[in-house]
Design a protein around this ligand. Structure first.
Ligand code: URA
Length: 244
C-alpha cells in the first residue's frame, strides 16, 4: 500500500498496522445504526418499481433538476427547506454514493455531504483512490427534514422517482449506500444495517454495497474498520464486474 493511501486511511482513522485477520468476527456492532448481524444473511435484490404514472422518467438533467427545485409534494419539507439539494458530481460516474437526506449545512449550501460527515466521506472515497468529483453523490431525500428527523415513508416514496431518474441518467456501475436509513429505503427492507453491509445487493440490476453513515462513524470510530472492509468489497465488486 503506498504512502498516500496510508495517509487517506489515517484520515479515515484507520491504522493499517493494527489490522488483524479476525477483526470482522471480533468487533461487535454497537450504536444506533444497527443491531448485531447474524451469520450469512441473504443479499437483498431490489427490482425497480414499474414506472409511476408521472413523467419524471422522461426528464433530462436540466428538467429533472428544475422539477426537484420546484417540488412541493412534501408540504412540510417544501415549507421548511432553504433549498433543495439535488446531487453533485460526475454525471457519468461509475460510482454513485447515496445518503439519507440533507442536514443543516447541506440545506444552507445546496450540496450533499458538505459538513463534517461529508469531510469523512471524502476521506473514505480517497482511501479507495476516488476524488469527490469523480463520483456522483445524492440522497434519498432532496430536502432537509426539520430538526434532522428521519425521513417519513411517504417522503421517501415521493422523492424516489427523482433518485431513480438520476440513476437511469448516470448508469453507475456501482451504488454505495451510506447509512441504515438510505439502505433500508433503497432495499425496501427493515433489515438492520449490520446484516445489510458486507455483501453485495442489487438495485435495478446495479450492484449495491451498504456501509455505515460517515456521521455514525464520527460517533463510533471503532466501526471504521468495517467501513473499510465495505469499501474494499465495493472496489472488488466493480473490478469483478469490469472483468466479467
Ligand atoms: N447526511 C446525509 O445522509 N446526506 C447529506 O447530504 C449530509 C449528511
Amino acid at each position: 500500500m503506498d504512502a498516500r493511501r496510508l495517509q487517506y486511511l489515517d484520515a479515515m482513522g484507520i491504522q493499517v498496522w493494527e489490522r488483524r485477520a479476525t477483526t470482522r468476527d471480533e468487533v461487535r456492532d454497537t450504536g444506533s445504526e444497527e443491531q448485531q448481524a447474524p451469520q450469512a444473511p441473504k443479499p437483498e435484490t431490489r427490482n425497480l418499481k414499474p414506472a409511476l404514472p408521472n413523467d419524471v422518467a422522461a426528464l433530462d438533467w436540466t428538467a429533472l433538476q428544475q422539477r426537484v427545485q420546484t417540488c412541493t409534494l412534501c408540504s412540510e419539507l417544501a415549507a421548511s427547506r432553504t433549498q433543495t439539494v439535488f446531487g453533485v458530481g460526475d454525471r457519468q460516474a461509475q460510482w454513485l454514493v447515496i445518503g439519507e437526506a440533507p442536514g443543516a449545512d447541506e440545506d444552507a449550501q445546496g450540496e450533499p455531504f458538505v459538513g463534517r460527515a461529508g469531510q469523512l466521506l471524502n476521506a473514505m472515497l480517497l482511501a479507495i483512490g476516488l476524488k469527490r468529483e469523480q463520483v456522483y453523490i445524492a440522497n434519498v431525500l432532496k430536502c432537509r427534514p426539520p430538526n434532522n428527523r428521519d425521513p417519513k415513508a411517504d417522503e421517501a416514496a415521493n422523492c424516489e422517482p427523482y433518485l431513480q431518474r438520476q440513476i437511469a441518467l448516470i448508469q453507475p456501475r456501482l451504488i454505495l449506500v451510506v447509512g441504515r436509513i438510505a439502505a433500508q429505503n433503497l432495499l425496501n427492507t427493515d433489515t438492520p444495517i449490520g446484516k445489510l453491509r458486507g455483501r453485495v445487493h442489487q438495485y435495478g440490476g446495479i450492484p449495491l454495497v451498504v456501509t455505515y453513515h460517515p456521521a455514525y462513524l464520527l460517533r463510533s470510530p471503532g466501526e471504521k474498520r468495517k467501513a473499510w472492509d465495505d469499501l474494499r468489497l465495493a472496489v472488488a465488486t466493480l473490478q469483478q464486474g469490469a472483468g466479467a
